[in-house]
Design a binder for this molecule. Structure first.
Ligand code: SF4
Ligand code: SF4
Length: 161
């Protein structure tokens, strides 16, 4: 991972309480205002951050694999669904299918994804900072600030009056 991305995440990790306070400050704001604010910061973050120089999400966390993801990916890589599950997935404590190991088995050494066109919906939507109703996922956003330099950049700059 690019050094400046690592530094960005480290800032969040060593300021966990501040990050939490900033995100909590959004709970009393209007949902639309929160979405607009975060979405603007999301666009700013990704003006400068290149996922191909990072891939920290793919290296350290797992997406949830929904049944539709499993069916689509299995078909694409020509593996029976059962074989795909036993080869790559495990069930977590919430009963969701997640990767057996990190980094993701589908991550190439140049940080591209072997199954990019059929990747899980959760991968396509990560880090979820451009979705609607951001107030519903402030806790997830907090955790993602410790993983994703873009989310860390965003939480650093939250300031909504
Ligand atoms: S989404 Fe975030 S953690 Fe994942 S590769 Fe892009 S910048 Fe890195
Ligand atoms: S499936 Fe692709 S995008 Fe998703 S975690 Fe694995 S390498 Fe990353």
């Amino acid at each position: 991972m690019k050094a400046e991305y690592k530094l960005q995440i480290e800032r969040s990790k060593s300021n966990r309480k501040k990050v939490k306070v900033k995100l909590d400050s959004l709970k009393t704001k209007a949902s639309e205002a929160v979405d607009n604010h975060i979405h603007q910061l999301h666009d700013r973050a990704f003006e400068n951050i290149d996922c191909l120089q990072c891939a920290n999400c793919c290296k350290t966390t797992s997406p949830i694999f929904e049944q539709a993801d499993i069916d689509r990916i299995s078909k694409s890589i020509k593996l029976p669904v059962g074989k795909f599950i036993t080869s790559y997935l495990q069930m977590d404590e919430d009963g969701d299918f997640v990767l057996q190991s990190a980094p993701c088995a589908f991550l190439n050494t140049d940080n591209t994804c072997k199954i990019y066109d059929v990747r899980p919906k959760a991968c396509a939507e990560y880090p979820h900072t451009n979705r609607k109703k951001m107030k519903e996922i402030l806790d997830i956003t907090f955790e993602n600030a410790m993983v994703c330099p873009a989310v860390s950049f965003i939480t650093d700059r939250i300031k909504l009056d």
